[in-house]
Design a protein around this ligand. Structure first.
Ligand SMILES: [Zn+2]
Length: 489
């Protein structure tokens, strides 16, 4: 970024809620059905049809509000936002007015040390989250445009973030944290390609240290974490070079052209529409029942950040691995079951992020379609931990055989003769002494305090043993023999 300039970023995210039916009618809320097969007089906006609010959508909005530590508004109202568009047959969209169901709240993300001069955690503010209905979808092709109204009336939660983000990295981290939150709360399927989670980004620049806001540009319809990062980086460079040349930034809406790698002007804000908002006469104000709020609170699952902390503190997994394990609720659940079955969280994490992920990627399947039960894989991980089979043999031979359905891990190890017999202690000691004698420089380094060299020696002993030795036994034999070698320089 240009020197002395600060970027101010705020994101607006549209989350498609995972309700059974639409926001104001009994039509099914589903993706991919025959076009216009999921419609009725209400979502088609036919005269005389009356909307009825979906309680499940309200409960999902409340779940998000509680997870964000937000204020839940005792009474919020619905408004009509009027505009003319082919995929909006009613001529207006029902959305929430000045008072939203959810107001305030924060989302914890890592602070970007490159722009803040230090790391740590940033509590990014949420301004509000309100319920609204989605419009239909225009399908362009063969020189024609068709309209599919299956999506008209589908419940959305629009989550408006405060302008608290200072870099594309923070914007991407915010979006990932919000995505993880709504998916783990079970209120959104999180499918970015199908548009279940989409984002508009507002960005302006100002001189570093200033409190004023510069002219804001909005980038519309970003449907991937990468596009958010790339488009913001481009937009910051573009605005900085305008400011450097003394040219004004025009307040406008821009789109991201992924192929060209640039944002393009779509419409200026001066020409922005007047939506003629007014309270929706067919819907009463939405009043919250404290009992219902309490019921939603009781049903909240363990929140993602708490789960990541538990993986780190109780299961010994690194921060980065813990976040990767949280790629989906099913993946995290499988990991927990594997950690339980093998009795070792760290080993379970290594298998999940190594062999299991490799197979899922190769087959292009989610963990739900993975054929091995956590208990079956856990038995193999345990054999490795107990030193009964070498890790290499477990990965390369036993695991593929397990996947091929050749039976339980211990039977495969037995049938293929992969089992490790406990090393003869006398032979092991001789081997350890032989390796120590062959590496006086490593011994000297350990004597000088470089303890890391122990690992090197273990590796040399395992190699000398032809891969048949149990690392734990080798470690113990090394610990026993080393003091004598350290004593004589
Ligand atoms: Zn309907």
């Amino acid at each position: 970024m240009a020197h002395g300039v600060e970027a101010i970023i705020g994101l607006e995210v549209h989350v498609q809620l995972r309700t059974r039916t639409k926001l104001f009618c009994a039509c099914r809320n589903a993706y991919g059905a025959e076009p216009n097969s999921l419609t009725c007089p209400v979502c088609l906006g036919l005269p005389g049809a009356l909307p009825v609010l979906n309680g499940e959508a309200v409960r999902q909005g409340l779940a998000l509000g509680l997870a964000l530590g937000a204020r839940l508004q005792p009474v919020s109202t619905f408004y009509r936002k009027q505009y003319v568009y082919p995929d909006l047959p009613k001529g207006y969209q029902i959305t929430q007015g000045p008072v939203a169901l959810v107001e305030g709240g924060t989302l914890e993300i890592p602070a970007d040390p490159l722009v803040r001069g230090g790391g740590g955690t940033l509590r990014a503010g949420i301004e509000r989250a309100h319920l609204e209905e989605d419009a239909g979808k225009s399908l362009h092709g063969d020189g024609r445009t068709r309209v599919d109204l299956n999506r008209a009336g589908v419940p959305l939660l629009e989550i408006v973030g405060a302008p608290d983000l200072r870099s594309p990295q923070e914007a991407s981290d915010y979006l990932k944290a919000l995505h993880r939150l709504v998916v783990f709360l079970g209120i959104c399927d999180g499918n970015l390609e199908e548009g279940s989670f989409r984002c508009d980004a507002n960005v302006s620049l100002r001189p570093a240290g200033s409190d004023a806001f510069g002219t804001r540009v909005e980038i519309k319809n970003l449907n991937s974490f990468r596009f958010v990062k790339q488009s913001l980086a481009f937009e910051i460079r573009r605005q900085a070079s305008l400011l450097e040349r003394g040219e004004p930034v025009i307040p406008e809406t821009r789109g991201w052209d992924a192929a060209a790698g640039e944002t393009r002007a779509q419409r200026t804000k001066e020409a922005a529409m007047d939506y003629r908002f007014f309270p929706e006469p067919d819907l009463p104000p939405l009043g919250l029942d404290p009992g219902e709020v309490e019921a939603v609170r009781r049903m909240l699952p363990e929140l993602p950040e708490a789960r990541i902390r538990r993986y780190r503190e109780r299961l010994g997994v690194s921060e980065e691995d813990a976040r990767t394990l949280m790629q989906s609720p099913a993946f995290a659940d499988y990991f927990e079951a594997l950690a339980g079955a093998s009795g070792d969280g760290r080993a379970a994490a290594r298998w999940m992020l190594g062999e299991v992920s490799r197979v899922l990627n190769e087959r292009g399947i989610p963990i739900q379609a993975f054929s091995l039960e956590p208990a079956a894989l856990g038995a193999l991980v345990r054999l490795v931990l107990e030193g009964k089979v070498a890790l290499g043999a477990a990965r390369e031979e036993v695991f593929p055989a397990l996947l091929a359905g050749e039976g339980p891990a211990d039977a495969i190890v037995r049938q293929r003769g992969l089992g490790r017999v406990p090393a003869d202690p006398v032979r092991l000691e001789a081997l350890v002494r032989q390796v120590l004698a062959a590496h006086p420089e490593a011994v000297a380094q350990i004597r000088a305090g470089r303890d890391r060299l122990r690992g090197f020696l273990v590796g040399q002993i395992l190699k000398a043993g032809g891969g048949a030795l149990d690392p734990k036994a080798v470690q113990a034999a090394l610990d026993a023999a080393l003091p004598e070698f350290l004593a004589k320089p």
